[in-house]
Design a protein around this ligand. Structure first.
Ligand code: ADP
Ligand code: MG
Length: 621
C-alpha cells in the first residue's frame, strides 16, 4: 500500500491552531491587547464593531515592527519573545507561542499598519485567510494598528456558533477589563460602534478599579498587602457587606497575567467565611507576584490557567493576609456570628413565664375554597400582588380523578378525622395533638396540603416564582402597567456597562412598573416601582437583573420580557427558609393553582408533587 501520511499545508495547520486560540471575538481582543502591552505601549485603543463580529482593532503606540518582522509576525511559531525553552521560565511578556497572529490571519481579514520610531514610513500588510493580498509602505504614526475584520469568514460553522451581540460584547468587556486591571500604568480606551465604553487614563490601581467599576466602588475597597519570600500580594478585597450575588468582580493576576484558579478563589472564600451570606461572593482584585521559575503558564493555549510549584503555601498565605486585612480594617468584629439572636429573651418577657401555645381548629375549613382570599403582607418582599382571579381548570384537574371514584364524600372524610382524633387523645396530651388545618409548612420550605387523592407538596419558592412570573409577564406584555409612586426619588449608582444594560431594557422595565426620572452615565434615578417591589430591595433586584442579562441570556428565542419577568420573580419570590403564616400558605396555594402553568416554575422545574393515598398505602406494606 502506498504511503498515506502527509504534512498539512500551513494554512490548514493555522486554521486548526486557530480553533484553540480564537474561540470568539473576545479572544482576538485579548491577543491583540497583550501584543500591544508586550510592545511597551503607553496608550492602547480598542475599537469594536458589532460585538467584534465585524471589526476588532487595536491601535498602540509601542515599538512597532520592521518590514521583515511585519511580514514574519504572521508566520506560525514566529515570536520575538523567546529564543529557547529555558526562556519560558523567565517570561516577562504575555505572548511567547508566536501563534496568535498566524491563527487570527487564518480565519479573518487582517490589516496591519506598523512603524518603528527611527523610520520615516511604516509598513502595511493585508492578509485574508493566511494569504497576503497586499503589502506597501504607508505613512502611519509610530506603533502598530491591527484591524481584524469578518472573523470566521471562512468557517461558517464557527461564525454561526457565536452568541448574541450582548453576550459577545460581555466577553470582550471581560477581556478588556482583565487586561486594563493588570496594567493601571497604561492608558486604555474602548469604543463600541463608535461610542466610548471606557476611558481609562494611566493611574494607580485603586483609581483604575474605580474608573472601571464606577465611583461607588471606592468605598468598598479594603487594601491587602503582603510581602513574603515566596509571594507578594497587593490589591484589594471588597468589604463583606458589598458581597454580590454574581461572581462578576473577582480577579487574580499572577505576574500581571489574569488567571483563573478555583483553588486560590477558595482561599479567599475561606478568609471571608462567616462574614458574608451564603450564595454571595466577595469581590477581589489581587495581584500576586511569584518567581516566574515557580510557575508554568504553558499548560493552556489561552494561558488563563497556570501551575504553581507550591500551591498549598500560596493558599495559606493568601487566606491569612486577606483575613488580616479584614481584621485590620475593623471589618470582622462588626459581625458577631457566634451569637445566636434566637436565644435572646426580650426584656419584656424575661419576667413572664412561658404559656402553652393554643391551637385553633376550624373543622369546616376547606383549603381549596377559592373564595377565601387572604390578605398579604404588603411590607415584605413575600407579599403577593393580590391576585383575585378564580382558580382555573389547571388545578381542578388534580381532583378530577377522585371525584369520579366517588367513594368518599366530604362527610366521610371528616368522620374519619374525628375518629382518629378521639383515638389518639388517650396517647398524647392535648398540646401535641395533630390538628386539622388547611396547609402545613414543612421546614419553612414546603407547603403541604391535602387533596382528595392524597397529599400535595409544594415548593414555596418555586411556586411563588411562578405566580410572580405570570403577574410580571402580564404587566410587561399586556402593557397595563401598575406602579407605586415613590416619595423621594431613589438614586442607584451604576457602572458604565450596567448603565447600558438598563438603557437597553428601559422600555420593558417601564412596562414592568419602573419609572425612571433620569438615566445618567453612572446613576439612575427611579421615582416609581412595580407594586410588588419593596424600595429597600431595588438595588439588589437591579443587580440581579443585570447579572442575569449579562450571564444567562439564552440566545435562541431570547425575549427581554421573559428574562425580566424571570429575573424579577426570582429576586422577589419568598425563599425557602422563610416561615409563612397560615393565610399566606393558603394564599400561595390558591394563587399557584390560578396560574396558567401551575406545575412548573419559570425555569421549568416542578413546583409541586403529589402523593396519593395508594402510594402511601404501598409504603406501609
Ligand atoms: P507572540 O505574542 O506569542 O510572540 P504573536 O503571534 O501574538 O506571538 O505575535 C508575533 C510577533 O509579532 C510578536 O512576537 C511580536 O514580535 C510581533 N508583534 C505582534 N503584535 C505587535 C505589536 N502590537 N507591536 C509590535 N510587535 C508586535
Ligand atoms: Mg501575542
Amino acid at each position: 500500500m502506498a504511503d498515506i501520511i502527509q504534512l498539512l499545508p500551513d494554512h490548514v495547520a493555522n486554521q486548526i491552531a486557530a480553533g484553540e486560540v480564537v474561540q470568539r471575538p473576545a479572544s482576538v481582543v485579548k491577543e491583540l491587547l497583550e501584543n500591544a502591552i508586550d510592545a511597551k505601549a503607553e496608550t492602547i485603543k480598542l475599537l469594536v464593531k458589532d460585538a467584534g463580529k465585524t471589526l476588532v482593532q487595536v491601535i498602540d503606540d509601542g515599538v512597532g515592527m520592521s518590514v521583515t518582522d511585519a511580514r514574519l509576525s504572521f508566520e506560525r511559531h514566529a515570536t520575538s519573545k523567546i529564543r529557547s525553552a529555558e526562556d519560558l521560565f523567565q517570561l516577562d511578556t504575555k505572548g511567547f507561542r508566536g501563534e496568535a497572529l498566524a491563527s487570527i490571519a487564518a480565519i479573518a481579514h487582517v490589516e496591519l499598519k506598523t512603524k518603528q520610531a527611527q523610520d520615516e514610513v511604516g509598513t502595511t500588510i493585508t492578509i485574508e485567510g493566511s494569504e497576503i493580498v497586499d503589502q506597501d509602505v504607508v505613512v502611519t504614526p509610530t506603533g502598530t494598528s491591527i484591524a481584524v475584520k469578518h472573523l470566521f469568514f471562512n468557517i461558517p460553522a464557527r461564525r454561526n456558533f457565536l452568541k448574541s451581540n450582548t453576550v459577545e460584547t460581555r466577553h470582550i468587556i471581560d477581556e478588556f477589563q482583565r487586561v486594563a486591571l493588570a496594567h493601571p500604568g497604561i492608558s486604555f480606551v474602548m469604543y463600541h460602534n463608535g461610542s466610548e465604553v471606557f476611558n481609562l487614563p494611566h493611574s494607580n490601581y485603586r483609581q483604575r478599579i474605580v474608573n472601571i467599576f464606577g465611583p461607588k466602588t471606592n468605598e468598598k475597597l479594603v487594601p491587602v498587602n503582603e510581602d513574603t519570600d515566596v509571594l507578594k500580594i497587593s490589591g484589594f478585597v471588597g468589604k463583606p457587606e458589598y458581597a454580590k450575588k454574581s461572581r462578576g468582580e473577582q480577579f487574580f493576576f499572577v505576574n500581571h497575567r489574569f488567571i483563573k484558579s478555583a483553588y486560590l478563589n477558595h482561599a479567599i472564600t475561606a478568609a471571608f467565611e462567616g462574614l458574608i451570606k451564603e450564595g454571595t461572593h466577595a469581590s477581589y482584585f489581587l495581584n500576586l507576584e511569584v518567581n516566574p521559575q515557580t510557575i508554568d503558564i504553558n499548560i493552556h493555549p489561552t494561558k488563563t490557567e497556570i501551575k504553581f510549584d507550591d500551591e498549598h503555601t500560596l493558599y495559606a498565605i493568601l487566606r491569612a493576609s486577606v483575613k488580616h486585612s479584614l481584621g485590620q480594617f475593623n471589618i470582622a468584629p462588626v459581625l458577631d456570628f457566634d451569637h445566636d439572636a434566637n436565644l435572646d429573651t426580650p426584656y419584656d418577657y424575661s419576667s413572664k413565664s412561658a404559656s402553652t401555645p393554643t391551637i385553633e381548629v376550624d373543622r369546616t375549613f376547606n383549603p381549596f375554597n377559592s373564595e377565601k382570599s387572604a390578605p398579604s403582607r404588603p411590607s415584605t418582599p413575600s407579599s403577593y400582588s393580590g391576585r383575585k382571579d378564580p382558580p382555573t381548570a389547571g388545578w381542578e384537574s388534580l381532583y378530577v380523578g377522585m371525584e369520579s371514584k366517588g367513594t368518599k364524600s366530604k362527610s366521610d372524610f371528616s368522620e374519619i378525622q374525628f375518629e382518629s382524633v378521639e383515638s389518639t387523645a388517650s396517647l398524647f396530651d392535648e398540646s401535641q395533638m395533630a390538628t386539622k388545618q388547611a396547609t402545613y409548612q414543612l421546614q419553612n420550605k414546603y407547603v403541604l396540603s391535602t387533596i382528595k387523592s392524597g397529599m400535595l407538596v409544594i415548593d414555596q419558592n418555586r411556586a411563588h416564582q411562578r405566580i410572580l412570573y405570570e403577574d410580571f409577564l402580564k404587566y410587561i406584555t399586556g402593557k397595563d402597567t401598575v406602579s407605586q409612586q415613590l416619595l423621594f426619588p431613589l438614586q442607584i449608582q451604576l457602572s458604565k456597562q450596567e448603565h447600558d444594560i438598563v438603557l437597553n431594557l428601559k422600555s420593558d422595565l417601564e412596562y414592568a412598573g419602573f419609572v425612571f426620572q433620569n438615566i445618567e452615565e453612572h446613576m439612575v434615578e427611579i421615582i416609581g416601582l412595580p407594586i410588588n417591589v419593596p424600595e429597600s430591595e431595588v438595588s439588589i433586584i437591579l443587580e440581579q437583573l443585570i447579572s442575569d442579562v449579562e450571564h444567562e441570556v439564552p440566545d435562541a428565542n431570547f425575549s427581554a420580557a421573559d428574562l425580566l419577568a424571570k429575573s424579577l420573580s426570582k429576586s422577589l419570590a419568598i425563599k425557602s427558609g422563610q416561615s409563612l403564616t397560615q393565610t399566606e400558605q393558603d394564599h400561595l396555594v390558591n394563587s399557584l393553582f390560578a396560574c396558567k402553568e401551575p406545575n412548573v416554575s419559570p425555569n421549568n422545574k416542578p413546583t409541586f408533587i403529589t402523593m396519593t393515598v395508594d402510594e402511601l398505602d404501598k409504603k406501609f406494606m
